[in-house]
Ligand binder design. Structure first.
Ligand SMILES: Cc1cc2nc3c(=O)[nH]c(=O)nc-3n(C[C@H](O)[C@H](O)[C@H](O)COP(=O)(O)OP(=O)(O)OC[C@H]3O[C@@H](n4cnc5c(N)ncnc54)[C@H](O)[C@@H]3O)c2cc1C
Length: 375
């Protein structure tokens, strides 16, 4: 899996990257994905580390030639940092119980709405476990404003089927489309836009193009992010599938007596995942275990038998962190291992993306020149 990810990455850097900025908004269909990287299933599990990817690209291209792509990767970094500062947004999402019309919901998740593009995307999501970014925006907008379904159910539906399902990128993008992330500004899917950027595959789609943003006036105060360490403290370490980065930690893991890999089953998840997504995550863990000889995959029982003297690769806000919070009395006291790059970037994630973007030159300077990044 690491090899395949590396090959896909190199292919994209050589072929797709140069036209990314002009072509990326087109969804040419599931059999034609050369205009985008299709790396999200690796990046979201850190099989490819986003900072390594940026460094690799900038070793070959001038920033101005690839700024759009790098900016997109930073959207992921930004969303993660934003949610780290406001974990209650995730908590409220997973605990929400919105009202909805059962028949409408069933029609939507079965791809039987009669809106041709939407129904096709439902099937594509279930079979390919992926949707193009522009399509995700249209999909979410149609779900919320034409089908009048709660955004929370759409976000859950995405998480169930996406190989790249990510607590931060998914939840916050759905909130953004709904108009509650950037308050008062919703994303409206338009027939003309869908027609143009699907290369005329979908025409005459009747949509509600005049919808107002949803309202949610709850203010989330900014919390301190968890303290992350870069040095080993205990003999054993636990990690989850949300960060399987090896590039920076290959020798780091070798210093441990045991590296325990834990994949939560659906009983331990608020949002139940499809079998294909769980199988995919399991395959990623197996790939990791193949590389690191002192590692072993454990289940919840195995985890319960560990004493509390272990390090943890910080799993970020999401299901894995919720599991730790449930299992460990004082989970904030655990010795969390994190990346220096995350710690640096997340300081710019407290406000909007515009503010983060202003700091991208400083971030890049840090990524390329910080001397003790890997110590
Ligand atoms: C409603 C909605 C839900 C989404 N849910 C997820 C999710 O669960 N997981 C996820 O990884 N992305 C999510 N995204 C963001 C984006 O759609 C995907 O990251 C992208 O489509 C993945 O395809 P790619 O790898 O070819 O991306 P590229 O266009 O090739 O971009 C390269 C990388 O940059 C990052 N990236 C690109 N665009 C975004 C973005 N808008 N936000 C955050 N990161 C981005 C991804 O890591 C991606 O792999 C969502 C977007 C929307 C609108």
């Amino acid at each position: 899996m690491y090899e395949k990810a590396n090959k896909d990455k190199l292919d994209f850097i050589q072929k797709g990257l140069k036209d990314y900025s002009s072509q990326r908004n087109y969804d040419f269909g599931p059999n034609s994905r050369e205009n985008i990287s299709n790396l999200s299933k690796y990046i979201s599990h850190r099989i490819i580390n986003e900072y390594d990817l940026i460094r690799e690209i900038l070793s070959q291209y001038n920033f101005q030639k690839v700024d759009k792509f790098i900016q997109e990767v930073f959207w992921r970094v930004y969303w993660k940092g934003w949610l780290e500062h406001r974990p209650d947004v995730w908590k409220d999402f997973v605990n929400s119980t919105p009202n909805y019309h059962e028949e409408d919901y069933k029609r939507a998740i079965n791809g039987e709405t009669g809106i041709e593009c939407f129904d096709d995307w439902v099937n594509e999501l279930k079979t390919e476990n992926y949707l193009h970014n522009h399509t995700r925006m249209w999909f979410a907008s149609i779900w919320i404003f034409t089908l009048n379904l709660p955004w929370e159910l759409g976000a859950r539906f995405f998480m169930k089927y996406l190989f790249d399902g990510d607590a931060a990128s998914n939840t916050l993008s759905w909130r953004w489309v709904a108009g509650i992330q950037t308050q008062g500004k919703n994303y409206i899917a338009r027939e003309s836009n869908i027609r143009k950027f699907t290369n005329q595959r979908y025409m005459n789609t009747a949509l509600n193009e005049n919808a107002s943003p949803l309202e949610n006036h709850k203010i989330y105060s900014i919390k301190e992010v968890k303290e992350l360490h870069t040095k080993q403290k205990y003999k054993n370490i636990v990690l989850f599938e949300s960060d399987l980065n090896l590039s920076q930690r290959f020798s780091f893991f070798k210093n441990y007596k045991n590296v325990f890999l834990l994949l939560l089953d659906n009983e331990n998840r608020n949002i139940k995942l499809s079998k294909k997504v769980l199988d995919f995550k399991n395959a990623l863990l197996e790939a990791f275990a193949k590389e690191i000889s002192n590692s072993q995959i454990i289940n919840e029982d195995g985890f319960n038998k560990l004493n509390e003297e272990f390090d943890v690769i910080y799993p970020s806000v999401g299901e894995n962190m919720d599991f730790l919070n449930r299992k460990i009395k004082n989970s904030s006291k655990l010795h969390y291992i994190g990346l220096k790059e995350d710690i640096f970037c997340w300081q710019f994630s407290k406000k909007g993306f515009f503010n983060f973007k202003k700091n991208i030159p400083e971030v890049i300077n840090y990524l390329l020149h910080e001397d003790d990044l890997f110590n």
